[in-house]
Design a protein around this ligand. Structure first.
Ligand code: PLP
Length: 418
């Protein structure tokens, strides 16, 4: 493969996304909710349509040409995914529905098999509910204890607390690569090392990590690393579970049924090797093939370019939001170098839902709510935040439109208060 270009040609990127020509409430669309789900380039939309038009047949079953082609396309996407995160082998890539299902798979399969009464699972206070609730369920079932690494006032993990929180009873340390609320980029390698030092496995929630920068699971030494296609230009309905081969080999299956078995007898069954052991039933092969096109697209842009672009635009957003004065407070690390492309903020005396609604009138689409991170909301002392999140197709002009719309919202609500 040729080297990716230096820097991102954002105007060229924008032309690849048909939805960006939409008009919302008589204004050109400004899409600032990519942390929830990203938009899709024509290359991905076409890959999905082309697959259905030309190659559709169930995978792994047929001994006819179309099914062989379909199987090859599905397994090629698995190889692309493995290469994208530098996994040692495509056998370490399990396709699920989303990040949430990947985390549940680990909790139900590895967690149930390895957690006992009094054992501990360590998560952080900045997790998405997807990386809390599965552990709560399995801890409750096994009599294990769930603990939380606290978050500092600046929005970093309080790593000094890890010393006392990791004990010889800790079996799992599960944490997010990048916070979907604060944008904080966590020191994955360091936390993985500490987990391993205590003999625990390290589970990394990469939902906001893999889409936004180069990930090397072997350099990170993560035991599990999970993410979702729909947040990285791919279709909905595809999740990735990377697991070290040694762990996937020893784990029991999560779901039973067709495809995952070697042999079924009246008195029992044997299962296939990973990854197929964990892919019961007909997989979402058409979307997986289109996910492969998303990986190609991102790889052609170059993940270092993607990261640099987001850091630049986030820096610009932090700077522009600061011009709005004390009435607007940004949550999370002050420096864009410590953040992914996510900026959560509060506007004094205006509920985040009202902000999102008034911004919508200006065509600016942002998220408002608890962002599936209620323990973090409690830590921040608020039930909800407004959140703008950026991706490859966003520009400084989008940030200007956000800030202009916020000024209008401020004037509107200021008038209502007086
Ligand atoms: N983890 C993080 C950090 C997220 O931001 C999200 C989604 O916003 C998830 C997990 C869940 O992803 P999905 O809904 O694709 O399962």
């Amino acid at each position: 493969m040729s080297d990716p270009p230096k820097g991102l040609d954002v105007e060229a990127v924008r032309r690849d996304f048909p939805i960006l020509s939409r008009v919302i409430n008589d204004k050109p669309l400004v899409y600032l909710d990519s942390a929830a789900t990203s938009q899709k380039p024509s290359r991905v939309i076409d890959a999905l349509a082309d697959f259905y038009r030309t190659s559709n047949a169930n995978v792994h079953r047929g001994i006819y040409t179309l099914s062989e082609e379909s199987t090859l396309a599905y397994e090629t996407a698995r190889e692309k995914t493995a290469a994208f995160i530098n996994a040692a082998s495509s056998a370490e890539i399990v396709f699920t529905r989303n990040t949430t299902e990947s985390l549940n798979l680990i909790a139900y399969s590895w967690g149930r098999a390895n957690l006992g009464a009094g054992d501990e699972v360590l998560v952080t206070a900045m997790e998405h509910h997807s990386n809390i609730v599965p552990w709560q369920i399995v801890c409750q079932e096994r009599g294990a204890v769930l603990r939380f690494i606290p978050v500092t006032d600046e929005g970093f993990l309080d790593l000094s607390a890890i010393e006392s929180l990791i004990t010889e009873r800790t079996k799992i340390v599960a944490f997010t690569h990048v916070s979907n609320v604060l944008g904080t980029i966590n020191p994955v390698r360091e936390i993985v090392e500490r987990a391993h030092g205590a003999g625990a496995v390290a589970v990394v929630d990469g939902a906001q990590g893999a889409p936004h920068g180069a990930v090397d699971v072997r350099a990170l030494d993560a035991d599990f690393y999970v993410f979702s296609s729909h947040k990285m230009l791919g279709p909905t309905g595809v999740g990735v579970l990377y697991g070290k081969a040694s762990l996937l080999n020893e784990m029991p299956p999560f779901l039973g049924g067709g495809e995952m078995i070697m042999e079924v007898r009246e008195d029992g069954f044997t299962w296939k090797d990973p990854p197929w052991k964990f892919e019961a039933g007909t997989p979402n092969f058409a979307d997986v093939v289109a996910f492969g096109a998303a990986i190609d697209y991102l790889s052609d842009l170059g993940m270092d370019n993607v990261r640099q672009h987001e850091m630049d635009i986030t820096g610009y957003a932090l700077q522009r939001l600061a011009t709005l004065g004390d009435g607007v407070a940004v949550h999370g690390p002050p420096d864009a170098a410590d953040r992914g492309g996510v900026v959560s903020f509060a506007v004094e005396s205006v509920h985040p839902h009202d902000i999102a609604q008034t911004l919508d009138w200006e065509g600016v689409q942002i998220r408002a709510g608890h962002h599936c991170a209620q323990p973090l909301m409690r830590r921040l002392g608020t039930p909800a935040t407004a959140r703008a999140s950026f991706y490859v197709y966003n520009t400084n002009e989008d940030v200007d439109r956000l800030v202009d719309a916020l000024k209008k919202a401020g004037e509107l609500f200021g008038r209502q208060r007086s």
